[in-house]
Design a binder for this molecule. Structure first.
Ligand SMILES: *[C@@H]1O[C@H](CO)[C@@H](O)[C@H](O)[C@H]1NC(C)=O
Ligand SMILES: *[C@@H]1O[C@H](CO)[C@@H](O)[C@H](O)[C@H]1NC(C)=O
Length: 233
């Protein structure tokens, strides 16, 4: 220590000296571990529960460490564990949907359960682990796929078609929401004829990234009794 302070004084740069001493202290006294996430890419399906898992190498009891899961691309805090100062910064959408398995921590395994996966979960998650002066992190990527259909299509009578005062048909509206990926729309009559050219589809992407569909067709008087609106993704 004596020779260290001597070199520091001679350098006359306290910040360099400080950093140097600090790194010496870390290397001498800190608990040392690495964070490793075996599954670099996790494929999730919409709506399912997944487990983001990393572990400490060598296996080290993590119950008294500070653990933080974040999403660096959107600056979101996904989960906080341990003695952290920013306990209220956890993003609301993750407060309800995440859980850290406390029983795994003693074995040095950091398992974060993410429930009801959404499209917005897609991206990188970083697992940051801190113990006294030691810090390590590691990253894994979540991709979200799969298909989703919340509601059966349903029909509405959208209106009557007039030409002047002459009534010649009706407008049928087919509505459905909660689709991902975007569905294809098919309209057919009882003879299996494709009526798509008579339709005007409107597909809206909502904030969650899922699609709502509204598509109507004009049905002429006498053109048939059965119409099928078929959505497919
Ligand atoms: C949570 O995430 C959303 C979407 O990225 C963002 O708009 C919001 O500001 C975040 N809230 C907090 C408290 O970080
Ligand atoms: C996640 O990180 C990798 C490597 O840094 C990067 O190539 C990739 O684009 C990131 N994913 C997203 C969704 O930003």
């Amino acid at each position: 220590i004596k020779s260290t302070s001597y070199v520091c004084l001679k350098l006359l740069s306290f910040s360099i000296c400080y950093i140097w001493l600090y790194s010496i202290v870390i290397h001498l006294f800190a608990v040392k571990f690495k964070v490793s996430c075996p599954d670099q890419t996790l494929k999730a399906r919409l709506g399912e529960d997944i487990t983001l898992q990393c572990h400490l190498e060598p296996p080290t009891d993590a119950t008294d460490m500070v653990i933080k899961w974040t999403k660096p691309e959107s600056n979101e805090v996904v989960y906080l564990y341990g003695n952290t100062k920013n306990e209220h910064s956890q993003n609301r959408t993750y407060i309800e949907r995440t859980e850290l398995l406390k029983e795994d921590l003693a074995k040095g395994i950091i398992s974060l359960i993410l429930k009801n996966v959404r499209l917005a979960d897609m991206g990188n998650f970083t697992c940051e682990v801190e113990k006294e002066l030691w810090y390590e992190d590691s990253k894994l990527e979540v991709t979200v796929g799969g298909k989703l259909a919340y509601s059966e299509p349903h029909f509405e009578l959208d209106g009557y078609e007039f030409s002047g005062r002459f009534y010649y048909g009706i407008r049928l509206l087919c509505k459905s929401e909660g689709w991902y990926p975007q569905p294809e729309i098919h309209w057919t009559n009882e003879n299996g004829e494709n009526l798509i050219s008579l339709s005007k589809p409107k597909i809206v992407k909502n904030l969650d990234g899922v699609f709502a569909v509204e598509t109507d067709i004009k049905v002429m008087k006498g053109s048939g009794n059965t119409f099928t609106c078929d959505l497919n993704n």
